[in-house]
Write a protein that binds this ligand. Structure first.
Ligand SMILES: [Zn+2]
Length: 425
């Protein structure tokens, strides 16, 4: 809870362009009350600054911040997602409550410094070394609160080490043995969270980690409760091969067949998804979260982004392994990866052919849709979450009102982000 305020900056992003003489009234709950020519005196003047809606990071594993710089030597020759996963499990075995708190707070603080005001934390490392209780769920929420970031804790159901396989090394720290235990924990967390800045979502880790019947039941209950649902889908060809062996269909085809797809459902990665399965998923309103820097680091491959966009696909962005935290770079790499793949320029564009506005939409309002939150827009009724741009930043030099967004996204790292604001403060 804070004082109501009227914020004024040199420029404000109002959805399709930067505008001057726009003031923002924020109520004592940290929610935008009006935008435009509001009555009353300005209480906070941001000189030489432009305001964007804060970026929405729809997919993160904060503890993986501890892997930065690790797993990047290859004495036995080339590596893969699966060799990286072994390094991740080594880290998991070392983590106690203090370490996960520090890693999470570090990751969340770095996110704020790059303009991210909301994180969808896909949280599967639940247990400390005792492997009992869900100690780390609360620790991650505390780290987010202490860093000052808005969090949707996307709490993960994780039961098998592969389709019909027992949990393996490290994976017992992720285990949710039954749906009953999972929902008991969710009920406890619902009591614990601060509703002003924290929310919950439901996750099936992947088709590898959740038996199909449990997946269907988990999703049904999430729908009944009106909660968003996320899942890793088809990041690696191996997952598709194993799923076809077990269930005679790829994961996305199974989701289309067995779940009621809606805007509440987000499939993360979809790097290797077949066109017809993707078309069906998008036609039912599903979201796709792409994590360009992590997918590049892991050598996953490139999703068929033009196909997604042709279907009016709601692509959002995630920082996933947090090996680098820079949201302008995530946006840029999404576009540049496709330019390299297709030998074409201007793949992610809006109806007028603008790259910047399309990428910003993915980084803000599409992420908000995926997390089911009123964020990602500077508009009445939305949380007052902003990224503040330093108009005197050297990397922006030469900007005009019409080029500022493209200059920021294509030409800067985090150096032009002056500060962030979550819920008006
Ligand atoms: Zn992930």
């Amino acid at each position: 809870m804070s004082e109501s305020q009227i914020i004024e900056a040199d420029l404000v992003w109002t959805g399709t362009s930067f505008e001057r003489d726009v003031r923002i009234a924020v109520n004592e709950d940290g929610v935008i009350a009006s935008v435009g020519k509001v009555d009353g005196a300005t209480t906070r003047r941001l000189e030489r600054k432009a305001l964007l809606p804060g970026f929405v990071n729809a997919h993160s594993h904060a503890f993986q911040r501890g892997l930065r710089g690790l797993g990047e030597t290859f004495p036995k020759g080339e590596g893969s997602f699966w060799t990286w996963r072994e390094a991740m499990y080594d880290l998991v075995e070392r983590i106690d409550a203090e370490i996960i708190y520090e890693l999470s707070k570090q990751a969340f603080s770095e996110m704020l410094a790059c303009g991210i005001t909301t994180v969808g934390e896909f949280h599967y490392l639940h247990h400390d070394q005792s492997k009992a209780g869900y100690t780390f769920d609360e620790v991650v929420l505390k780290a987010a609160a202490d860093a000052g970031i808005r969090i949707a804790l996307l709490n993960v159901f994780y039961k098998t080490g592969g389709i019909r396989k027992p949990l393996g090394r490290g994976q017992d720290r992720f285990a949710t043995p039954s749906l009953e235990a999972y929902w008991d924990q969710m009920d406890m967390l619902a009591e614990l969270i601060d509703p002003a800045t924290q929310s919950l979502g439901v996750v099936a880790h992947s088709i590898r980690a959740v038996p199909l019947d449990d997946l269907v039941a988990l999703h049904e209950e999430a729908c009944k409760r009106g909660m968003v649902f996320h899942m890793h889908v088809e990041e690696q060809p191996q997952e598709i091969i194993e799923c076809i062996e077990a269930y005679h269909k790829p994961p996305m085809a199974l989701l289309n067949e067995r779940l009621e797809i809606s805007p509440f459902l987000t499939a993360v990665h979809c790097t290797h998804t077949a066109d017809k399965d993707m078309d069906e998923f998008l036609a039912s309103g599903g979201n796709v979260c792409i994590c360009p820097l992590t997918e590049a680091n892991l050598g996953d491959g490139l999703a068929n982004v033009p196909r997604l966009l042709r279907n009016d696909g709601r692509i959002c962005l995630g920082t996933d392994s947090n090996s680098r935290l820079c949201f302008t770079e995530e946006m840029r790499l999404l576009e540049y990866g496709q330019r390299l793949r297709l030998q074409k320029r201007g793949v992610c564009v809006d109806g007028q052919g603008n790259v910047g506005t399309k990428l910003l939409e993915m980084a803000t309002s599409n992420g908000a849709r995926s997390l089911g939150l009123k964020v990602g827009k500077i508009a009445k009724g939305h949380h007052a979450d902003f990224a503040t741009i330093d108009l005197d930043a050297a990397a922006l030099k030469g900007w005009t009102e019409t080029t500022l967004l493209d200059t920021l996204i294509l030409g800067t790292g985090n150096e032009a982000i002056a500060e962030t604001c979550v819920g008006g403060s």
